[in-house]
Design a protein around this ligand. Structure first.
Ligand code: KIV
Ligand code: ZN
Length: 390
């Protein structure tokens, strides 16, 4: 792997599917897995095989059909979990077991009623056991965001010795600030012996709306894998959004970091996941929301009509959106009205536009948005015929 490649680990079918109401059956998961493989993700986390017979079956079926990506199954640091995951992954061309344990003092004390030393030992045993089934073993230090860095480094060092190929540093509760999360990665890079044998991975939750920023801070500071979901769906406020991190890296080439993602499939994939999960995408969602390339204020519309780059940093075609939308509202100006009128067949002179604009404002004050039918109606009232020549 080249050093400027960031691996995309998609967990839509595991962390994403944990969302209440987003449950998918095996058939639906297979359709999404195929699409993720086409999209170019490096790893598909297909499920948590021991959690239910349905999840086991999904991981097994996905393992059979995925051609390019690594297929991964989640486990706790429990022997039975690891055995079941290995069984579910047996058809995968590139199988990965993702095992781990909580490492923050809060998890150690309240969840496990244990000690740091015991948790470290359990982590090592889990990785060593997973390694007897597959070569590729990812270790997660759950709640790493709130784990003391010195202890986290000791755990990382020990699991690398046990054979971990990837170290997942989850900000499970979405607590960290980008500076803090980036500094954590830097600390691990600088203080864990053998760190060059493993890939550091960002796994961020969005409780404070910082999942994407934290993941980017992570890769700037040495991580080379981002765990994310389509549309940012996931536990509580969600996970890092795949489309956001991919486009941030692409829009900032000076970072010299990129992914293998075919960005032209992003919009369609977002829609597919939203439809299958019955989870609508908020209109103002970055990259894939319905308003992400829609312009409604007069000043912006005038700029975009003159040159798209005045108010758009991404060419919509790059993410599979056909074109920018000029939305007509009471805040729109003459340029936008003339542009939309031309699109439906009316080429207006300046004088005609003045008349039509007055009527347009009357309509727009009554309606939230003026659609093509309204334009025809306005033209009828102002006695302008389609094809009128400027
Ligand atoms: O958020 C988290 O800590 C997780 C782990 C199970 C990887 O999803
Ligand atoms: Zn998570």
């Amino acid at each position: 792997m080249s050093d400027n490649k960031v691996q995309i680990f998609d967990t839509t079918l595991r962390d994403g599917e944990q969302v209440p109401g987003c449950k998918l059956d095996t058939e639906q998961k297979l359709v999404i897995a195929r699409r993720l493989d086409d999209l170019g993700v490096d790893v598909i986390e297909a499920g948590f095989p021991i959690s239910s017979p349905g999840d086991f079956k999904s991981v097994e079926e996905i393992s059979k059909i995925v051609k390019n990506a690594t297929v991964c199954g989640l486990t706790r640091s429990v022997k039975k979990d690891i055995e079941v995951a290995a069984e579910a992954l047996k058809y995968a061309i590139r199988p990965r077991i993702h095992t781990g344990i909580g490492t923050s003092d809060s998890h150690i004390k309240f969840k496990f009623k244990s000690t740091r030393e015991d948790i470290l030992e359990r982590a090592v045993q889990a990785v060593a056991y997973a390694k007897t089934f597959v070569e590729d073993v990812e270790f997660y230090a759950e709640d790493a965001g709130r784990t003391d860095n010195e202890y986290l480094a000791r755990v990382c060092e020990a699991v690398i010795k046990a054979g971990a190929t990837v170290l997942n540093i989850p900000d499970t509760t979405g607590y960290c600030l980008p500076e803090e999360y980036g500094a954590k990665m830097k600390y691990l890079k600088e203080n864990v012996k053998g760190i060059d044998k493993a890939i550091l991975s960002c796994h961020c939750h969005n409780d404070l709306g910082l999942a994407t920023a934290n993941s980017i801070a992570g890769v700037i500071n040495g991580a080379r894998q981002i765990e994310c979901t389509i549309n940012g769906i996931g536990e509580r406020a969600g996970n890092t959004s795949l489309e956001e991190v991919v486009m941030i890296l692409r829009q900032h080439p000076h970072l010299n970091l990129d992914t293998n993602i075919n960005s032209k499939l992003l919009f369609d994939t977002s829609k597919m996941v939203s439809d299958k999960m019955g989870m609508p995408v908020q209109p103002n969602k970055a990259i894939v929301g319905s308003n992400a390339f829609a312009h409604s204020s007069g000043i912006h519309q005038d700029g975009v009509i003159k040159n798209r780059e005045t108010y758009e940093i991404i060419d919509p075609a790059e993410v599979g959106v056909t074109e920018s939308a000029i939305v007509l509202t009471a805040r729109s100006g003459r340029a936008a009205l003339a542009y939309r009128a031309k699109n439906v067949g009316y080429e207006l002179t300046k004088k005609q536009l003045d008349v039509v604009y007055e009527e347009f404002l009357n309509f727009a004050d009554r309606k939230k948005e003026i659609v093509d039918e309204d334009i025809h109606e306005i033209m009828k009232i102002t006695k302008i015929e389609a094809g009128a020549v400027a």
